[in-house]
Design a protein around this ligand. Structure first.
Ligand code: TRP
Length: 338
């Protein structure tokens, strides 16, 4: 089967459960993209990339693979429309970086803002694993192997796409027009990542401030009730602050009736609107999104063979596409053929 449609690729590292920040930032967008039918869509579970900072905890990566599949299927990504791919099962993704590594300098890798930032936050300094510094090259292999022209990613991934584009340009200049030049698709609402329920930082597992897609209604209720609002809004009649108020930030992200939301904000600022009323509204809103996900997850948890089958089928299709790219790369470079 040859591709005629443009290819869209995106990927996630398997290292834990997805939360509603992931949903707002990218999963909902993927559900929309699959409905257009414009692209051949691949979603890859990037277990090789996860190993670049989890070499001591392979088990965590491995057990997260099926969890990630369940998250994908739970949000409504459709295996009839999307190929789900396991990165470690695709040989071309190991082979291409060997060629690309010769086209990139060490200085350029170390200058990559995403890598630089991650090295700093992880406190790596010189102890950074080579595989980690190298992951932009591996990611360039991912993107080019699929011939992806569109890569939906968060804003933090823009430098990765930039570096991939440089590799593509260099390769095509040296060896002839071979690789597809990819483009990042970064969500317009440069809202950045959703804050955690404590309002202290971004939603992240290590901070323990996440609402997970798999949370039960009870967990959701408990988390919303503990949510940071305005500490000076004590009596219902007190005027309250909307800015920095997590309940409003989530309503901004998820509540569709924007007109009603604007009225609520005005009323809250003025005084006379209690937190409990807002939290109840937010619960209804989020539970309305999560309830169908729980239902789909419950089905797939009982049908894991089906889940693994989707991953196997998508990976098979991915092999066809990526093997063809690898062959084209070797041919363009004039690598000795046995
Ligand atoms: N670096 C991406 C992330 O951390 C994951 C990823 C790996 C990726 N390979 C990719 C994203 C290829 C897009 C295309 O989220």
């Amino acid at each position: 089967m040859k591709t005629t449609k443009k290819v869209l690729l995106t990927a996630d590292r398997p290292s834990g459960n997805l939360h509603i920040g992931h949903y707002a930032g990218s999963l909902a967008n993927r559900v929309r993209l699959q409905a257009t039918g414009e692209f051949e869509m691949f979603i890859m579970i990037a277990d090789l990339q996860a190993l670049t900072d989890h070499a001591q905890d392979v088990q965590k990566v491995t057990t997260s693979v099926e969890q990630l599949m369940l998250d994908y299927l739970a949000v409504g990504l459709d295996p009839q429309k999307i190929h789900f791919v396991l990165q470690s099962a695709i040989p071309a993704l190991y082979e291409l970086p060997m060629f690309y590594a010769n086209l990139v300098t060490q200085a350029r890798l170390e200058r990559n803002p995403t890598v630089k930032n991650e090295i700093k936050t992880k406190g790596y300094r010189r102890e950074v694993p080579v595989g980690f510094v190298n992951y932009p090259i591996s990611q360039a292999a991912d993107i080019t192997a699929f011939g992806a022209s569109l890569v939906p990613v968060g804003a933090d991934q823009a430098p990765m796409l930039e570096q991939t584009r440089e590799i593509v340009a260099t390769f095509n200049r040296l060896y002839g027009e071979t690789l597809v030049m990819p483009e990042a698709l970064i969500p317009e609402q440069a809202r950045g990542r959703l804050v955690g329920i404590d309002g202290a930082g971004k939603m992240s597992k290590s901070l323990g401030n996440c609402i997970y897609l798999k949370d039960s209604a009870e967990e959701l209720k408990r988390k919303i009730n503990s949510m940071y609002t305005d500490p000076n809004h004590i009596k219902v009649s007190d005027p309250g602050k909307v800015e920095g108020n997590v309940v409003f930030m989530y309503l901004d992200a998820f509540y569709e009736n924007k007109k009603h939301l604007a009225e609520l904000k005005a009323q809250y600022r003025q005084g006379g609107l209690g937190d409990m009323v807002l939290k109840k509204l937010l619960f209804e809103c989020l539970d309305g999104i999560l309830a169908p996900m729980r239902e789909r997850r419950a089905y797939y948890e009982q049908h894991m063979d089906e889940v693994r089958g989707y991953l196997r089928a998508g990976t098979k299709r991915a092999r066809e596409v990526t093997d063809a790219t690898l062959a084209a790369v070797k041919h363009a470079m004039g690598i000795y053929q046995l």
